[in-house]
Design a protein around this ligand. Structure first.
Ligand SMILES: C[S@@+](CC[C@H](N)C(=O)[O-])C[C@H]1O[C@@H](n2cnc3c(N)ncnc32)[C@H](O)[C@@H]1O
Length: 237
């Protein structure tokens, strides 16, 4: 991503005097607004004292969507940039209309919880670590459908952990997503380099019903066959 950019221009100290970044509140509100038309509920991974959860709750207003907020509330299990183990440890917040799911994802993200949550319209991934983000994504996979939104809070944090987790998961599952937005942000984990919040939307899976008879057999040859093949390759690749 950064190959053609001078290294000093990625330093927050250089950039924060030159650019305006969208506040996290605006990004979360936008995601909630975009998720309104998408069937399903909202899940947040990484809650801490609930600042972001309250923003989600307020933005949701009277919608029937439910919010599930998942965190161990024991803080980070691994060092993350300049943040020590245990950073963010706190008591679970109490937020009306939000179900708090307390526990390490590895224990708390169960099939029973998946059955309760059902389809997910919007997942906010803010658990920083590669292991935690991977665990959340794997659990989420069967709950996602066309239109589901995935927001990452610090894609380029320590060794690009969220980015690597997303890329490995995309590779493993083959689930197709498009990056529909990307917002710059101050460095994560109190590092010094610019970071970003990308927003992905799932476009694979149930976007179009898979044809029972392969398109190539239905429109063998001809101009229509070529168009059908290209459309099929785009959607089901
Ligand atoms: C950056 S904080 C979340 C901040 C919050 N979203 C906000 O904006 O106010 C990251 C949180 O992820 C939680 N976390 C990280 N890995 C986890 C795991 N494997 N299981 C449960 N919680 C985890 C930590 O406890 C921490 O509270």
């Amino acid at each position: 991503m950064h190959e053609d950019v001078a290294p000093e221009s990625l330093e927050w100290g250089y950039l924060n005097r030159r650019i305006t970044v969208a506040p996290k509140k605006s990004v979360l509100e936008l995601c909630v607004a975009l998720s309104r038309r998408v069937p399903g509920n909202i899940v947040e991974f990484g809650v801490a004292n609930g600042d972001s959860t309250r923003i989600l709750r307020r933005a949701l207003g009277r919608s029937e969507k439910r919010i599930y907020a998942c965190d161990s509330f024991e803080g980070l299990r691994e060092k993350f940039e300049n943040a020590e183990i245990g950073t963010f440890a706190c008591n679970p917040p109490r937020i009306r209309g939000v179900e708090i799911v307390k526990g390490y994802f590895e224990d708390s993200l169960t099939p029973e919880l998946a059955a309760r949550v059902g389809r997910v319209a919007f997942a906010s991934l803010d658990a920083d670590l590669y292991s935690s983000t991977s665990c959340a994504l794997r659990w989420l996979t069967p709950l996602l459908g066309s239109g589901s939104l995935l927001l990452f809070d610090e894609f380029l944090g320590e060794k690009e952990s969220e980015k690597r987790a997303f890329e490995d998961w995309s590779h493993e599952t083959g689930l197709r997503t498009v990056r529909i937005a990307e917002f710059l942000r101050e460095p994560s984990g109190w590092g010094t380099r610019i970071d970003k919040r990308p927003l992905f939307q799932v476009i694979g899976g149930d976007l179009l019903p898979k044809p029972a008879v392969p398109l190539r057999d239905r429109f063998r040859g001809g101009r229509l066959g070529g168009i059908a093949r290209r459309a099929r390759d785009l959607v089901f690749r």
